[in-house]
Design a binder for this molecule. Structure first.
Ligand SMILES: Cc1cc2nc3c(=O)[nH]c(=O)nc-3n(C[C@H](O)[C@H](O)[C@H](O)COP(=O)(O)OP(=O)(O)OC[C@H]3O[C@@H](n4cnc5c(N)ncnc54)[C@H](O)[C@@H]3O)c2cc1C
Length: 447
């Protein structure tokens, strides 16, 4: 963390106040740049929007930080000295469950759990060690264009073992068709689970809003500004060099611009100022992971043990979030979020989309009879969830957007549509780290 202030001279405008934009802005402000973040909506957070309702805090977007202390989010907060302002607490493995064939199982997280789990047959358990060796020694770079289903057939044919591995990565990838994930994505996602160092996941205490507020505070403490209701309409580029951005008729001059917006918004932003290599065909070819999210606040339920349930047969996952962060629910309350990952065909079928809420309520009634009567808050939303992390073999990481737009000096991209390392929101966090390092080096920033 840098606390000294020098007169900043390198002006950076960040477009987008989601995870990637705010993290990049905070890192650059820390490095000594004069940072302005412009967010079109009235609130910060982007897809990680947080809403308060009847005493419940509903995170409409992301919750868990998979990867624990190796995650970019942990590293960024640590570097900025903001872990006190936005603490990240370890997820307790005993709360993690999976539903298969109507039965509820603990997700095994230790070698002993693996030996005793009923998710694997005795033959599956015998094959596990050999399969783990293949996964740990594989070179992901050679596997980007191989579907994981096909790859597993080579060394994990035993049905319970194959299902076990696909179930491990399905909920982490948000993909409706886990068999079609790139085997490279699978290897990178499963390795930390097979050899965990520290907690397997972290949970932002107080919800994600604390993290966004910490980034905003850091930018402001270093002389920068974060503005909401400040949509950017177009870029000012002259002789292949950025000059600034236009928002509401005002030019914000900049030597560097970070566009931290998803591909659809990027296409709109670049309509009037086309940039080589970022044409509409390229941007529209990036397919987001889509799905339906059901958020529920319930009162008067007894549950201290079930924090998550993966539901691979429904292509979904359920979280009971106050068990990770009690402040999210009022006294005697619980906050649930069910995410169902869907294919484009399913999303186009309204009846299929509408089936989501009754589907999950059925499951919840089966576990807690009378559940539906205890619901105090309910909201079902159709959402684009992730951009890059679809990670299918036909849309592998290397095909995603570059962080460094080499055709225009001073133009950078950030966000989960970039080809940055990591799963889920890690691409957003990692792209922020990369972009900040590039600008710091090129602009010769003081810190
Ligand atoms: C329901 C759900 C659950 C999720 N769960 C998890 C999870 O548990 N763990 C995890 O790691 N990830 C999770 N994710 C994924 C995670 O939310 C995203 O990867 C991450 O938030 C993406 O951040 P971003 O900054 O790249 O993009 P965004 O959050 O989309 O931010 C982009 C911002 O740019 C703004 N913008 C766009 N155009 C303009 C413009 N012209 N001018 C100004 N501003 C503009 C937008 O309004 C937005 O605020 C989840 C997502 C969803 C939807």
């Amino acid at each position: 963390m840098n606390t000294s202030r020098t007169a900043p001279s390198h002006r950076v405008v960040v477009v987008g106040g989601g995870l990637a934009g705010l993290a990049a802005g905070a890192l650059l402000a820390d490095a000594g740049a004069a940072v302005t973040v412009l967010e079109q909506r009235p609130v910060l957070g982007g897809r990680a929007l947080v809403v308060q309702q009847k005493g419940f805090t509903l995170n409409y977007g992301l919750h868990y930080i998979v990867g624990g202390h190796a995650s970019p989010h942990y590293r960024i907060l640590k570097q900025l000295g903001k872990l006190d302002a936005a603490p990240l607490t370890p997820v307790k493995p005993r709360l993690l469950h999976r539903m298969r064939g109507g039965g509820l199982f603990h997700v095994p997280s230790t070698p002993l759990d693996l030996l005793t789990t009923k998710l694997l047959t005795p033959r599956g358990k015998l094959g596990l060690a050999r399969a783990a060796v293949v996964i740990l020694s594989a070179d992901p770079e050679t596997l980007w264009r191989v579907p994981v289903g096909e790859w597993l057939d080579g060394f994990a044919r035993e049905p319970s073992l194959r299902t076990f591995f696909l179930d491990l990565v399905g909920p982490l990838s948000f993909e409706a068709d886990p068999e079609a994930l790139s085997a490279a994505h699978f290897v990178l996602a499963v390795r930390p689970l097979l050899m965990p160092k520290g907690p397997i996941a972290l949970y932002p205490a107080g919800g994600w809003i604390r993290m966004f507020e910490a980034f905003k505070a850091h930018i402001e403490e270093h002389g920068g500004s974060v503005q909401t209701k400040a949509g950017v309409e177009r870029l000012e580029i002259a002789r292949d060099r950025v000059e600034g951005v236009w928002s509401d008729g005002v030019l914000y001059p900049a030597e560097s611009i970070v566009l931290a917006v998803p591909p659809n918004d990027l296409a709109g932003l670049l309509k009037e100022t086309p940039v080589d290599g970022l044409g509409p065909e390229r941007l529209n070819a990036i397919r987001p992971t889509m799905g339906v999210a059901v958020d529920l606040g319930v009162i008067g339920l007894h549950n201290e043990q079930i924090g998550t349930i993966e539901l691979p047969e429904m292509n979904g996952t359920l979280g009971v979030h106050n068990l990770f962060e009690p402040s999210l629910a009022p006294q005697d309350g619980h906050v649930f979020q069910f995410l169902r990952f869907m294919t484009p065909d399913q999303m186009a079928d309204k009846a299929e989309v509408d089936r989501t809420e009754p589907m999950i309520l059925d499951v919840l009634e089966g576990i807690w009879p009378g559940f539906t009567q205890k619901i105090a808050v309910r909201r079902t939303l159709i959402r684009p969830m992730l951009t890059a992390a679809s990670h299918r073999f036909d849309q592998p990481k290397p095909d995603l957007l570059p962080v460094d737009v080499r055709t225009v000096t001073g133009l950078y991209l950030a966000g989960d549509a970039t080809a940055s390392a990591g799963e889920l929101s890690h691409s957003a966090g990692n792209s922020a780290l990369t972009v900040a390092a590039l600008i710091r080096a090129r602009a010769g920033l003081p810190r």
